[in-house]
Design a binder for this molecule. Sequence first.
Ligand code: GLU
Length: 301
Amino acid sequence: MTEKELEQENLIYRQGLKGRKRVVVKIGSSSLLHPETARLDYHRIDQLARELSDLKNGGRDVILVSSGAAAAGREALNVDLDIYRKEAPMNIKQACAAVGQARLIQIYQKSFEEYNQTTAQVLMTRNTITNRNSKANLQNTFSELLKLGVIPIVNENDSVATAEFSVGDNDNLSAMVASLVNADLLILLSDVKGLYTDDPRSNPDAKFLDYIPALTDQIYEMGKGSTGTSAGTGGMSTKLHAGLIATSSGCDMIIASAEEGMSILHDLMEGRNLGTLFRQNRSERFDLGDYVSAFGEKDTE
Ligand code: GLU
């Protein structure tokens, strides 16, 4: 396919996003904090609640996967940011997440209530998916909440998940959620604009890619070696792994930046050409369990 044809296909495909009925939006910690202080940015949280409420009012099922628990707890407990990053042991991080998760949900609830939306908290770990019963329970809960018109707000259950049981980053967690609820679109919002052919910070010739019709090995290689953002844990390679899960399960995925504001959600749903769109490529052999057990490594199938 020529570049021109690809460009055309992207624009046409994006028009179809208007009709998407079940959308999972993942927001990274870096998009919820003031960069100067790493404290919560209430204005952005409120903007996000407003945008998601609007998507909901437009007739869609909406699920939010939000990071920010550890950051909110660190703020509440006055744990020094540098010390936290360099030295904080797992138990301090988990205590911060436990304090912060309650705060985060309280803030979201307040904001969503302003727009007449009911929210629910759903906490999960990798175990929730690998255990057949917990997975079925989780799916039933999501299905009932969506039927009731609730917006579930999901995070990793950091206070019970040590490395062995944890998904670790919410990019992959959100792709797992998208597959569990049969979402038709996953949007990963962070401070990253999308996928480049190389790291744009070190290579000025890196080219921005707005449309990925299939997540090939060559595309997968482009994310290698990229580090996470200042506040979150997911870099480009985790986003591409999330892309493998989402697209193979039959869900389109977009990586986009919330730096210019949360109204990007509205623009994306209107079909505007922003961020990088990974087109779904449903595999008949897709089994979420394979991706979860091989977690962190590229699935070779
Ligand atoms: N679950 C962690 C939190 O809420 C964040 C994980 C991530 O940054 O992706 O703080």
